[in-house]
Each structure stands twice: as C-alpha cells, then as structure tokens.
Design a protein around this ligand. Structure first.
Ligand SMILES: [Zn+2]
Length: 392
C-alpha cells in the first residue's frame, strides 16, 4: 500500500512538473490561444507538450525566417538607454498586437534604443550567441540597416541617423565576431530592403551592396559572402512595383538571392502579384493565398504564432494554412519571425504546433527540418554544420 501511494504521488508530482514546465514554455498570450483551441477540440496534455519541448530544444535546428533585431534576449535591450517611449511598456511586453501596423510601431520603437554603431555589432554578436544557446545550428536572418538610416531620417524616428553602408558593415563585423566565438553555428544574412523603400533609397542600397562584392570583410574564410540575399519586409506595397522589379533584378544580377515577405498582411491576389512580379527564391509567410488555392510551394517559410499575435491570420489557430500544407506534403519551413517581440522561441513555435494538432509529431519536425535544409539559400554553409544529415 505504501509503495502504491508513493508511486501515485510520484506520478502526480511528475504530472505537476509537466504543467509547470508547460507554463514556462509559452507566455500567457500563447497559453490563452492553446486553451482556446482546447475548448473546441482535443489538444495535447501539458506534460506531453513539455516532453516534446525538451526534445525539440535539444534537437539541432535550422531557421530561415527570423529578424535579428527582434531575436535577442530582452537583456540586450535592457543594457541600452531606454527611449522615453518605453516608459509605459517595453516593446516586448506589447503582444498581442491589433494588426500588422501596430506591430510595426512596436518594432520601430524597439529600434529607437540603438544609438551607436558599436551597438549594431553587439546586437549581431548577441544574435549568434542566442542561436547557440537554442541549438539553432544554421540561420538565415533578416537585418534591417535601412531602418536606422533611411526610415529613421524619413520618419524622424530618432535623432541618430546612420549611414546605410556603415550600419551594414557593423552588423557583419558583429556577426563575424559572434561566429568566431560560437564554432559549430552558422548564420547568413538577408538584407531587408523594405517594401516601403523609395527609388533613391534603393539606389543607395544597390551601391552599398555592390561595394561588398569581393570585399574580404563581407566574406568568410572560404570566400562565401555573409550577405546572401536581399529581402523585402514590412507591409506589401505595389505603389512602385516597377521600381522594386528593376531593383530586385539588379541585385539578383550581383548574385544575391531574393526573399520577400508576402501574403502576410495582404490578400491572396496581391500576394500572387508580388510573387509573379518578383519571382523570389523564397517567400516569407505566404499564407494569404492558400484559401484561394494559391501557394508559392517551392520555398515558403511560415510563422503561425506571428500571424496569430499580429492578427494577420484571423481564423481559428488550428486552421492555420500551415497545417493544411503539411497534410498535403507541401515542403514548408517554420520560423519564429520576431521571438523577442512575440515572447517565444523557435522551439516554442514547434511546441505550439505540437500542442494544438494531434497530427504534428516529432516526425513532422524532422520532416520540416529536412525541407528547410533542402531549401536554404547558402547550402554550402548550412552543410558545414550538417555535414551528414541534420541532427546527426
Ligand atoms: Zn518576418
């Protein structure tokens, strides 16, 4: 009898630990979403989610949709002087957001805290360190020098306006330092040229990108560039699509790949027009066309938690198009997008999918990793950290 009581207590304690772990995996806004799904359908038990999360934390991961500025720990930004706009709340305390625009305002507010060139270096270096802590062996990450130069000036966001090329170089210096300190991890960069950029700004970006070609500081010891692609982030904007097309074609001619944010805050028709106009190598988000039967199925990276917390996807979470595409065996990848501002991590993104969908298993994670690895933009760099097979 005593043995029985003991075993039962141990089981109970084990379950309780599972629940506590579950509480620490997700912030309350994400737990609320999971519980809401649980009112409509069977979801996984907290201890199952905890054990999946422990497993996925340990697994080697690849991520191809993440923004450096919003993918470091809050402690990085807490070490900087807070702008007065942070008095009421820090930008990472503001999720969920009312819409994409509200999110962009929080993003802009986050960037206000960076006031010195050395802080871009520190940010990039810390990004690599955070990858290492999360066992994300290979990342292709967006970075946004245009936010601190052109946008800061155009919208009077902060008094310290930097030169675009100086900021770009500072990120790369920090990245190199971070990679040196964290052997076994690799990161390549996607320079976000921003949907709202204008002709003059695109022209300056082109000049700066051209100057990196063949420049040793922008290449690793094997001669592979650190900046492998140009992105278009922010709200999709076709006001000057002809200008974007010629810019994208020119940078492609320089050897950069193209990765656009599309089908996030827009509808499926605009998403399709973006893809058909720009012929990207990869699409970020791309969920908007799915319900209309359109999907860029060659290389798409979805970020369901981002879509839910920015309310760019307003259906039931368990009906996010990512699940439909996984069922149809479309080779999607999964990204965390802005883990600092959304209060989660890449591992938590997978644990969330596992929590709300019975068909999402460890095998699904492994399949997604394989899909991602097969579609990275710098395969030679990714294969350095995955010399045989991912996770081996
Ligand atoms: Zn993004």
């Amino acid at each position: 009898m005593w043995v029985g009581w003991h075993a039962g207590a141990a089981r109970f304690a084990g379950h309780f630990r599972g629940v506590e772990r579950f509480m620490s995996i997700f912030p309350s806004v994400i737990r609320d979403i999971i519980n809401d799904v649980g009112r409509r359908r069977q979801i996984r038990h907290d201890d199952q989610v905890s054990s999946f999360h422990d497993w996925v934390m340990r697994e080697a991961k690849i991520e191809t949709h993440v923004h450096i500025e919003a993918a470091v720990a809050p402690s990085f930004y807490e070490s900087l002087k807070p702008p007065s706009s942070w008095l009421e709340s820090r930008p990472w305390e503001r999720a969920p957001f009312n819409d994409l625009r509200a999110f962009i305002m929080a993003w802009v507010d986050l960037t206000r805290s960076i006031r010195k060139i050395a802080e871009f270096e520190a940010l990039a270096e810390e990004f690599v360190a955070s990858r290492a802590r999360s066992n994300i062996r290979y990342s292709e990450a967006y970075f946004s020098p245009a936010d601190f130069s052109f946008m800061r000036k155009r919208f009077a966001i902060a008094p310290e306006v930097f030169d675009f090329a100086d900021v770009m170089a500072a990120y790369v210096r920090g990245l190199r330092r971070g990679l040196k300190k964290n052997p076994g991890f690799e990161v390549r960069l996607i320079m976000d040229a921003l949907w709202p950029s204008n002709a003059q700004e695109r022209c300056e970006m082109k000049v700066a990108l051209r100057a990196t070609l063949g420049h040793p500081e922008f290449h690793d010891e094997e001669g592979v560039p650190y900046i492998v692609a140009v992105g278009l982030g922010g709200a999709e904007n076709h006001g000057d699509i002809a200008g974007h097309i010629s810019f994208i074609n020119e940078v492609r001619g320089m050897g950069f790949k193209v990765d656009i944010h599309s089908g996030e805050g827009s509808d499926g028709t605009l998403h399709r027009r973006s893809v058909e106009s720009l012929s990207p190598d990869r699409v970020s988000h791309g969920f908007a066309g799915v319900s209309q039967g359109y999907v860029f199925n060659h290389n798409v990276v979805m970020c369901p938690i981002s879509n839910l917390l920015l309310k760019t996807f307003t259906g039931f979470p368990e009906e996010h198009p990512a699940f439909e595409l996984l069922r149809k065996d479309v080779p999607i990848a999964i990204g965390s997008d802005d883990p600092l501002l959304l209060g989660h991590s890449l591992a938590a993104e997978f644990s969330f999918l596992f929590a709300i969908d019975d068909n999402f298993t460890r095998q699904t994670f492994l399949k997604i990793r394989q899909n991602t690895q097969a579609r990275v933009l710098a395969p030679e760099v990714c294969s350095r950290v995955f010399t045989t097979q991912a996770g081996s």
